[in-house]
Design a protein around this ligand. Structure first.
Ligand code: FAD
Length: 295
């Protein structure tokens, strides 16, 4: 470890109120860096490129670990780990995509420590939970000494790895509404191998059909294809109002090029990402009852 944490001052508050006080006071000088599971931060510490020299360990805030089902959806504490998410039976029944994403983050060791808020705040375009939260119309609760507010997940990222959070705000919870009853839900991560790989393309879809058989609710979100996780709105618009058919799949796939313009980078090429993004869309629609399709 090139920059061991023991080299730096570390505060470990026992309540959210104390954590918010400490964070607020710190921004007059050098901001305390919030530390949750550490699975992203320790990569930087290990590489000798620490993101700061003072840390705020959130590990003592047990109040931020719970997962609760309310009348309209789940409220997931910021410090809930991916292991907690994948083991949570009601979550598995109502939000299987989130549980599927949790099960594909790193491997068991990472899932035991990595938190949902850490994934969100790390703001990697390849973060596996992010397309799920976007496709499910999640909202993020944030809090500072000045009070609490709720940010729609869709408005959380203002650019590449940039969040609409004030320096003294912490994420405290994520609210995910229950999807419409009898929705088709889909999660797919494509990487170089099944575990411990960073996504080349990650996708979440939610689709509901009304009594007349026509699609009346469509959400499709992708990660790893743009600087931020994005909603494929042209595809969604192409799907709403259609009845399942091979032609609808072709039209949806054609709309995808209006939504995403992936880049070549060390992990993948633009063409590969575009093809795979279309293939996973076709797979989602096939599973949602759109009959056989290519890809
Ligand atoms: C080997 C390995 C494999 C991995 N595989 C995957 C993978 O497959 N998919 C994937 O998506 N990620 C993966 N990751 C990345 C990482 O595990 C996740 O992003 C994880 O969710 C980060 O959570 P954490 O609690 O460890 O965050 P930390 O490392 O503690 O923090 C990450 C960032 O979030 C900030 N932060 C944390 N909590 C809060 C809060 N409550 N409010 C505001 N800011 C906060 C921190 O200041 C920091 O900037 C992997 C990492 C490693 C080392």
């Amino acid at each position: 470890m090139r920059s061991p944490l023991t080299r730096y001052p570390l505060i470990r508050p026992k309540s959210l109120g104390r954590a918010l006080d400490a964070l607020h006071e710190s921004i007059a000088g050098e901001r305390l860096v919030p530390l949750a599971g550490g699975t992203d931060l320790f990569v930087y510490l290990n590489a000798g490129t620490p993101p700061g020299t003072r840390y705020l360990d959130l590990g003592g805030l047990g109040e931020l670990r719970s997962i609760r089902a309310g009348a309209h959806g789940f409220v997931i504490g910021a410090l809930a780990t991916f292991r907690q998410l994948r083991d949570h039976a009601p979550l598995g029944r109502r939000l299987p995509s989130l549980v599927a994403a949790a099960a594909e983050v790193g491997a068991w060791q990472i899932q035991n420590r990595a938190t949902l808020a850490g994934n969100i705040a790390n703001a990697s375009p390849a973060g596996d939970s992010l397309p799920v939260l976007l496709a499910h119309d999640a909202t993020v609760r944030v809090q500072s000494v000045r009070g609490a507010r709720v940010i729609p997940f869709e408005r959380l990222y203002t650019g590449y790895r940039a969040l609409a959070l004030e320096p003294d705000e912490l994420i405290t919870a994520v609210e995910v509404p229950f999807p419409p009853a009898r929705s088709s839900m889909f999660f797919r991560k494509v990487g170089t191998r099944r575990a411990q790989s960073i996504s080349k393309v990650v996708c979440c879809g939610v689709l509901h059909r009304g009594r007349d058989g026509r699609v009346d609710h469509a959400r499709l979100a992708y990660g790893s294809v743009a600087p931020t996780t994005l909603r494929a709105r042209a595809v969604e618009a192409a799907l709403v109002g259609t009845v399942p058919s091979a032609a609808a799949v072709v039209a949806a796939r054609a709309a995808l090029v209006r939504d995403i313009t992936p880049i070549d980078d060390i992990r993948s090429s633009r063409d590969y990402r575009l093809t795979i993004a279309g293939n996973v869309l076709a797979q989602f629609l096939r599973l949602a009852g759109f009959g056989s399709s290519t890809g």
